[in-house]
Design a protein around this ligand. Structure first.
Ligand code: IPT
Length: 973
C-alpha cells in the first residue's frame, strides 16, 4: 500500500506534516511556474477507494464542491457536520485526486526545485511520478515540498495532489462558514540556487531604524565559504552587522549548515507607515556567493511603524488609534473560497471608502495578497491562526494530541506574515475555549515576535482585567456597550479593550452602531472593535437544479440581487439536513460586494471631518484623524431648507492637524423664511486615492442651524365631510387599501433569533382582527373608532378625518394594553394605486435607516425610485425604512400622485411588499412585487438591535405600551 495512505494522516492529529519545508517569508511568486488551470480529477468516496480509469477535470485553484460533483457545499456554524468525536473523521470521506503533467524546465538543472500548494482542505498528500513526497494539514496556509530529488529538469513529471476532505484537522477548522473540499489557492513550482535565503525577517520602527535578519541554507548541506548578504532600501545600502556576526562566531552559535546575517540601517526623516498614510519603502535583500555573484534575492515592502501597549492603550507610532474594524473571510459567491487579486483589492477599496481602517482575518490566515494590499492601502490587521474547535472546544484545548497542531498553525502564520507592517496584532484563533495548547502557542509567538501584541478572546474572556493569560488585549465578542464602559470606568482595567466581534450584521441589523462609537470615543480605555462581518456568504445557485453556478457566473448578479433563475443560497439550500440556515448571511455587503445601508452609516460614524454648531457665530470643523491633515479632501457646503430647497457654496477646509478644530463663519446668510435649516459639509476626495477616484464621497457631516416651527394642523374646510365606507375605512381615489393600524413588521433576523417574532405571533400581531365600533360625523370631522383584537386583548384605534385645503388631515391614536410590552411598530399602513413609482422626501436619507441606525443619513431633499427603496436582504424581512421623514410625495411620470405631510419626523417605508409577502417566502428571488406602493407611517418603530448574535435593541429604541398619537395630511398632487 502507498505509505502516505498507510499512515492514515487524516486520523492522526499529532501528524501536522511530513516532508514539508519550514514556512518562511520569502515571496517566491515572481518567477514561479503557475500550475493553475484544469487538472485531471477524480472524486473518491474514501481516501482508500481505488482510482477509476475515467478521469474528469477540475479547475485549480478551486473547490470541487462548486465544480459539478455530487459533493455539495454545506453550512454549519458551531456543530460539526459529522457525528464522530475528535480526532475521528467519518468513514465516508470525499477525497479529491488531482493530477497533471509538469514539464520541468531544462534550465533548472542543478537548482533546488520546490512545489508550493497554496492551500488545500483539509489534508494534502503529494506524490510525484507515483513516489510519496509529503503530507500537509493547516488548510489556509501554503505547503512547500522540495522536489529536487524526485524530478529531472528537462523532463516531464506527473504531480498528484490528493485532498482528503474530513480529518482530525476538521475539528479545529470548525469555523462558522461553508464546508468545502479542494485546493483553494494557486499551485506553484519554482527553483532557487542550492544556496538560498531560507527566511528573511524585517523589523522597521517609527524612528527609521531597520533591521533585517537573514537565514541562509544550502541544499547541498554545508554552506559554501565566503557567502554574504547585502540589502538595498530605496537606493540606500544597508550595512551588515559585524557585531552580530562576531557574537555568533564567538559563541559558536551558528553551524556550517545554517547561516545567519543581520543588516542594519537608519533612515533619516523616515515617512512612517500608518493606516491613513501607508508609506512603504522597497527593500531588496541579496545573498551573494564569495565571488560577489547573486545566488538568491528577496523583495519586501517595508513600513516603518511601532506597535505597543501602554497601560490600557494600544499605540501605533505612539498614537492611541481607533480600531474601526471588520471581520473578513476569504469568500466568493462563484468560487466559494478562492479570491483573486482584483477581488481582494475590491474588498479593501470598498472598506476604505466606508471608513474602515482595520481587518481581523476571521478565522484563519487569509490569502497572502490580502496583506500586501493592507500594507499598500492602509489597514491595521489582526492576523488570526486557523484554529477553531468550536463544537469540541473544551476537549481539544487541553488535548495533547492537538498540541502540535496549535503551535504549528500559529507559528506558520507568524513565519509567513511577520514582515507586513499592516499586521499589528497576532491572534491565536477563535472560539476554542482556553487550554494548555493555547499557552504553548502563545509562548512561541511571544518569544519569536516580541514586536506585536497577541490576542485571544477565549483567554481574556475569563477576566478582562487579568494580566497573566494568553491575551495582551481584552477582546470580547458582542459585549454590551454598558459592560465595556463599566469596565473602563471600574479602575480595574489592565489592558486595551477592543471587541474582536460586535454589531452582528445579519439581515437588517447593526442597531446602535453609533451608540457604540459615542461610548468608545468618549471613554478612555475603549478603542474600537471589529464588526461581524464583511460578507453575506450567499453562494450563487441555479434555482432549477439547485447546483452552484460556479466559475463563469460573473454577470449573473447586479446590485446585490441574483439574476432571474438564480438566487443566493444559504444553509439548507443544497439539500443538507444538518445546517444553520441564513446565519451565514450576516455581512455588511451582499454576496456580490454591494454595500448594505449599514456601510453608509459606518462611513458617517468614521467621518474624518466633523462639524459642530456654534449657534450664531458659525460652525466648528474638526479633524478626527490620527495622522493626516485635511489637504486630501475637497468639500462643498450645502444648506437644506425645509421649505426652500438646497443651496450650495464652495468650502475651504481649514488647515488642521489631527485632533484640531477651527471655527469657520457660516457660509450662507440664513434666509428669514424657509423653516428648518440644516448645514451639510459634503466631503469628497480631492485627488485620486489608491482606493477611490477623485470626487468620491468621504462623509457628509451635518449640523442643524434652525429648528422647525411647532406644527400647526391645516385649517378645516367647512361643510365637507371626508368619505369613509361602512367599515369606517377612508375612501380615496389614490388608495387601493385604506389606512389601518399596524403593530407588526416582517421579522428581521434579529427579531426571529432574538425571540421577539415568536411573541409577536403569539400575541397575534401578524393577524389582528379589525372591528369598527363607531363612526361619528361632527363639526366637519369624521371620527372612526376601531378595535384590533389579538391574543392579549384589544388595541383601541381612533382616526379623525378632516377635510382640509387640497386633501385630508388624519389624526390617529392607538392605545396598547400593558400586555403588549414590546411591539414592532405603531403606525398606519395603506396601499396606493399603481404607477406612483418615484418617492421624493424631505427628511433623513437617501439610504435606509431605522431609529437605532440613523446617525448617518443627512436631513435633506431626497428622491429615489420606489423599486430602489427596498433592500434585498437574502431572507426577506422588514426593509426599506427611512427615519426622520417630515413629508414625502409618491408620483407618476406625469407628475400625478400624492403627498403626505407628517406632524413630526417619523419612520416611513414605501415598498412593493406587505409584511406578509415578505414572511411567506424564504429567498429574495421568490418575492413578487405589487404594482402599487405599500406605505407605512410609524408613530413608533422598534430599533433593529443585534439580537441574532449579541445585545437586543437598547431600551430607548423599544416601543412601549400605552397611548401613541400621530397625525398626517394626505393630498393629491
Ligand atoms: C461568533 C463567531 O466567532 C463567528 O465566527 C460567528 O459565528 C459569529 O459568532 C456569529 O455570526 S461566536 C458566537 C458564539 C458569539
Amino acid at each position: 500500500m502507498d505509505p502516505l495512505l498507510a499512515l492514515r494522516p487524516w486520523q492522526a492529529p499529532e501528524v501536522t506534516s511530513w516532508g514539508r519545508l519550514p514556512m518562511n517569508a520569502v515571496d517566491r511568486r515572481a518567477g514561479a511556474l503557475k500550475l493553475d488551470g484544469d487538472w485531471r480529477f477524480q472524486l473518491l468516496p474514501t481516501p482508500h477507494a481505488p482510482l477509476a480509469d475515467v478521469w474528469s477535470s477540475a479547475y485549480v485553484p478551486g473547490v470541487w464542491t462548486m465544480q459539478g460533483t455530487d459533493d455539495l457545499p454545506q453550512y454549519t456554524n458551531v456543530r460539526m457536520p459529522f457525528a464522530e468525536f475528535p480526532p475521528a473523521s467519518p468513514p465516508a470521506d470525499p477525497t479529491g485526486v488531482y493530477e497533471r503533467e509538469v514539464d520541468v524546465p531544462a534550465e533548472w538543472a542543478g537548482r533546488r526545485i520546490v512545489l508550493q500548494v497554496g492551500a488545500a482542505e483539509s489534508v494534502l498528500l503529494v506524490h510525484v511520478d507515483g513516489r510519496p513526497v509529503g503530507v500537509s494539514k493547516d488548510s489556509r496556509l501554503a505547503a512547500e515540498f522540495d522536489l529536487s530529488a524526485v524530478v529531472s529538469p528537462g523532463e516531464r513529471a506527473v504531480v498528484r495532489l490528493t485532498v482528503v476532505k474530513w480529518s482530525d484537522a476538521s475539528h479545529i477548522e470548525d469555523q462558522d462558514q461553508w464546508w468545502h473540499g479542494g485546493i483553494t489557492r494557486s499551485v506553484l513550482l519554482y527553483a532557487t540556487d542550492p544556496l538560498h535565503l531560507a527566511d528573511v525577517t524585517v523589523r522597521a520602527g517609527r524612528y527609521g531604524d531597520l533591521r533585517v535578519d537573514c537565514r541562509v541554507r544550502d541544499a547541498g548541506g554545508a554552506l559554501p565559504e565566503g557567502w554574504y548578504v547585502s540589502g538595498e532600501l530605496a537606493g540606500h545600502l544597508l550595512t551588515q552587522d559585524t557585531e552580530f556576526d562576531r557574537a555568533n562566531a564567538e559563541d559558536d552559535r551558528v553551524s556550517d549548515f545554517l547561516g545567519e546575517a543581520r543588516l542594519l540601517t537608519t533612515v533619516a526623516d523616515v515617512r512612517t507607515w500608518n493606516a491613513e498614510t501607508p508609506e512603504l519603502y522597497d527593500l531588496t535583500v541579496r545573498l551573494h556567493r564569495a565571488d560577489g555573484t547573486v545566488a538568491d534575492a528577496s523583495h519586501h515592502r517595508v513600513g516603518f511603524r511601532d506597535v505597543e501597549i501602554d497601560g490600557r492603550d494600544l499605540l501605533v507610532n505612539g498614537e492611541r488609534v481607533f480600531i474601526r474594524g471588520v471581520n473578513r473571510h476569504d469568500f466568493h459567491p462563484l468560487t466559494g473560497r478562492t479570491v483573486s487579486y482584483d477581488d481582494l483589492r475590491g474588498d479593501l477599496a470598498l472598506l476604505k471608502r466606508f471608513g474602515f481602517n482595520a481587518i481581523r482575518t476571521s478565522h484563519y490566515p487569509n490569502d497572502p495578497t490580502l496583506y500586501d494590499l493592507a500594507d499598500e492601502l492602509g489597514f491595521y490587521v489582526v492576523d488570526e491562526a486557523d484554529i477553531e474547535s468550536h463544537d469540541h472546544a473544551h476537549e481539544i484545548a487541553d488535548d495533547p494530541r492537538y498540541l502540535n497542531a496549535f503551535v504549528d498553525r500559529v507559528a506558520r502564520m507568524v513565519l509567513r506574515d511577520k514582515n507586513h507592517p499592516s499586521i499589528i496584532i497576532w491572534s491565536l484563533g477563535n472560539e476554542s475555549d482556553y487550554g494548555a495548547n493555547h499557552d504553548a502557542a502563545a509562548g512561541w509567538v511571544r518569544r519569536h515576535d516580541p514586536t506585536r501584541p497577541l490576542q485571544y478572546e477565549g483567554a481574556a474572556k475569563l477576566d478582562w482585567a487579568a494580566t497573566d493569560d494568553a491575551s495582551d488585549i481584552a477582546c470580547p465578542m458582542y459585549a454590551p456597550i454598558e459592560d465595556c464602559v463599566a469596565h473602563a470606568l471600574s479602575g480595574r482595567q489592565t489592558r486595551p479593550l477592543i471587541q474582536c466581534e460586535y454589531s452582528h450584521a445579519m439581515g437588517n441589523s447593526n442597531g446602535t452602531l453609533a451608540d457604540h462609537w459615542a461610548a468608545i470615543e468618549s471613554t478612555p480605555g475603549l478603542q474600537g472593535g471589529f464588526i461581524w462581518e464583511f460578507w453575506d456568504h450567499g453562494i450563487l445557485q441555479h434555482v432549477n437544479d439547485g447546483r452552484p453556478v460556479g466559475r463563469g457566473g460573473a454577470g449573473l448578479y447586479d446590485n446585490g440581487v441574483a439574476a432571474p433563475g438564480h438566487r443566493w443560497a444559504y444553509g439548507g439550500d443544497f439539500g443538507e439536513t444538518i445546517h444553520d440556515g441564513a446565519f451565514i448571511a450576516d455581512g455588511v455587503v451582499f454576496p456580490d460586494r454591494t454595500p448594505k445601508p449599514v456601510m453608509s452609516e459606518h462611513r458617517e460614524i468614521a467621518a474624518p471631518v466633523r462639524l459642530e454648531c456654534l449657534r450664531h457665530e458659525g460652525v466648528v470643523v474638526g479633524n478626527h484623524q490620527h495622522f493626516r491633515g485635511l489637504d486630501w479632501l475637497a468639500a462643498e457646503w450645502r444648506l437644506s431648507l425645509a421649505d426652500g430647497g438646497t443651496l450650495t457654496a464652495p468650502a475651504e477646509l481649514p488647515d488642521l492637524r489631527p485632533g484640531e478644530t477651527a471655527a469657520v463663519p457660516l457660509p450662507f446668510e440664513l434666509p428669514e423664511d424657509g423653516g428648518e435649516a440644516w448645514l451639510t459639509l459634503h466631503v469628497t476626495t480631492a485627488d485620486d486615492e489608491p482606493w477611490a477616484p477623485r470626487g468620491t464621497v468621504v462623509c457628509v457631516p451635518q449640523v442643524r442651524l434652525r429648528a422647525a416651527a411647532p406644527p400647526s394642523p391645516p385649517p378645516p374646510v367647512r361643510n365637507r365631510f371626508v368619505e369613509v365606507d361602512g367599515d369606517g375605512l377612508l375612501v380615496h381615489p389614490l388608495l387601493t387599501s385604506a389606512p389601518t393600524l399596524s403593530l407588526w413588521r416582517a421579522p428581521t433576523d434579529n427579531d426571529e433569533l432574538g425571540g421577539m417574532a415568536v411573541n409577536w405571533r403569539a400575541w397575534g400581531l401578524d393577524a389582528l382582527e379589525r372591528k369598527v365600533v363607531d363612526v361619528r360625523r361632527t363639526d366637519g370631522r369624521v371620527t372612526v373608532a376601531a378595535e384590533y383584537a389579538g391574543e392579549t386583548g384589544v388595541v383601541r384605534h381612533t382616526q379623525v378625518f378632516t377635510a382640509v385645503e387640497g386633501g385630508i388631515h388624519i389624526e390617529e391614536s392607538a392605545e396598547l394594553p400593558d400586555a403588549l410590552t414590546d411591539v414592532a411598530r405603531v403606525g398606519s399602513v395603506f396601499e396606493t394605486v399603481p404607477g406612483l413609482d418615484l418617492m421624493e422626501w424631505y427628511g433623513q436619507g437617501p439610504w435606509e435607516s431605522y431609529p437605532d441606525r440613523a446617525f448617518g443619513p443627512p436631513v435633506g431633499h431626497h428622491s429615489v425610485p420606489v423599486d430602489e427603496l427596498f433592500t434585498p436582504y437574502l431572507r426577506p424581512q422588514e426593509s426599506g425604512g427611512r427615519h426622520g421623514v417630515r413629508r414625502f410625495t409618491l408620483s407618476a411620470p406625469d407628475a400625478t400622485g400624492l403627498t403626505v405631510a407628517l406632524d413630526e419626523p417619523r419612520q416611513v417605508s414605501v415598498t412593493r411588499y406587505r409584511a406578509e409577502d415578505l414572511t411567506s417566502v424564504a429567498h429574495h428571488d421568490e418575492l413578487v412585487p405589487r404594482s402599487g406602493c405599500v406605505v407605512h407611517l410609524d408613530a413608533a418603530h422598534r430599533g433593529l438591535g443585534t439580537a441574532s448574535c449579541g445585545p437586543d435593541t437598547s431600551p430607548p429604541y423599544l416601543v412601549a405600551p400605552g397611548i401613541h398619537r400621530w397625525s398626517w395630511t394626505l393630498r393629491a398632487l
